[in-house]
Ligand binder design. Structure first.
Ligand code: ATP
Ligand code: MG
Length: 317
């Protein structure tokens, strides 16, 4: 595979805090690497060093064959970066800003206009092209941030929490966009959402206290989050939670049924036999004429997965 990012022994200390310690990894074309980890784990600091925004104390980064320490301009030309938050120029319109960033990236004339039009279309910014950036909603600011990151069509994308602040539809659109770009690029993104890793990443890396504590597939990570095998049943009518619980508790193959406070109210069920539990649950509820809105496997919270993997150390914030 074509190696596009190589991180070697990367470290960064801020006073007493070792924010990143001795990171080593590579990312190839076609890979979407998800950084996960508790607040303060060192995800953003690592991204800032890969993009050349922050000098490492030790170590180096190679981007598309260019060593950042030796050829910083060439390395940075190969990267599109969406920083955390929205550090945009507030008094520029979306259109002016994208033209400005595009020209900073060396585009001009028809190519510049064409690329600006293309990213406006890909990130759905048509409705805000003439609006000043400071007046945009959080989600639109984030989308402008994504547009400026991809304007020069770089082989490497570093996206710090790309869907933070977006509504569910926008989250879906941005994930689709990332998936569509993935085959020709190496992408590193950070997120606090396990579903996002499953939806877009080919690889998941958990960082805690500046070190990599797990490097696996999203499926392996999701399996760790499977919890103790409980199912969550949400009835359509919240008033039927008690009846649902009592009915399930009476079933001989149900070991435990508890009312829990999720959504408009739900029942958490631990049943015998794992593979056929959903069909048994559905059959039982059909018989009792209880209409359910959702039936799904309970997930451990991502925080609990971090704690499990790091033996407690991951909970540092
Ligand atoms: N400029 C700085 N000066 C001092 N400390 C810093 C600086 N930048 C980051 N840190 C510290 O380095 C550690 C790692 O921070 P970083 O922003 O990389 O975490 P993160 O994994 O991105 O967290 P989050 O999930 O909250 O975004 C934290 O303890 C943070 O307070
Ligand atoms: Mg961060």
């Amino acid at each position: 595979m074509n190696n596009l990012v190589t991180v070697s022994r990367l470290s960064k200390r801020f006073g007493e805090i070792q924010a990143v310690r001795d990171l080593d990894f590579t990312v190839s074309q076609g890979e979407v690497l998800g950084f996960l980890g508790p607040n303060g784990a060192g995800k953003s600091t690592t991204m800032k060093m890969i993009t050349g925004f922050l000098d490492p104390d030790t170590g180096d980064v190679e981007v598309a064959g260019h060593r950042l320490s030796r050829h910083p301009v060439r390395a940075k030309q190969s990267i599109g970066y969406l920083p955390e938050g929205s550090p945009l120029y507030g008094d520029m319109s979306t259109l002016a800003f994208l033209h400005f960033i595009g020209s900073m990236r060396g585009l001009s004339g028809d190519t510049l206009r064409q690329r600006v039009d293309e990213v406006i279309d890909r990130v759905n910014l048509e409705s805000v092209v003439y609006q000043d950036l400071e007046t945009l909603s959080k989600g639109f600011k984030r989308r402008v941030g994504i547009a400026q990151a991809i304007i020069h069509d770089p082989p490497v994308l570093i996206l710090d929490e790309p869907t933070d602040g977006l509504d569910p539809n926008q989250k879906h659109e941005v994930r689709e966009l990332i998936r569509a770009m993935a085959p020709t690029k190496a992408i590193i993104l950070s997120t606090h959402i396990l579903e996002e890793v499953e939806a877009v990443c080919s690889r998941a890396m958990i960082i805690a206290a500046g070190s990599v504590v797990a490097d696996s597939t999203p499926a392996e990570l999701a399996a760790r989050a499977a919890g103790d095998g409980a199912w969550i049943v949400e009835p359509v009518d919240p008033a039927s939670v008690d009846r649902l619980r009592a009915s399930l508790e009476a079933a001989p193959w149900v070991r435990q049924a508890d009312a829990i406070d999720i959504g408009a109210g739900a029942v958490r069920v631990i049943a015998d036999g794992d593979a056929d539990a959903p069909s048994k649950l559905r059959g039982h509820l059909d018989e009792g004429r209880i209409v359910i809105a959702q039936l799904y496997r309970e997930r451990a919270r991502l925080d609990d997965v971090f704690r499990d993997i790091t033996g407690g150390a991951g909970a540092i914030s």
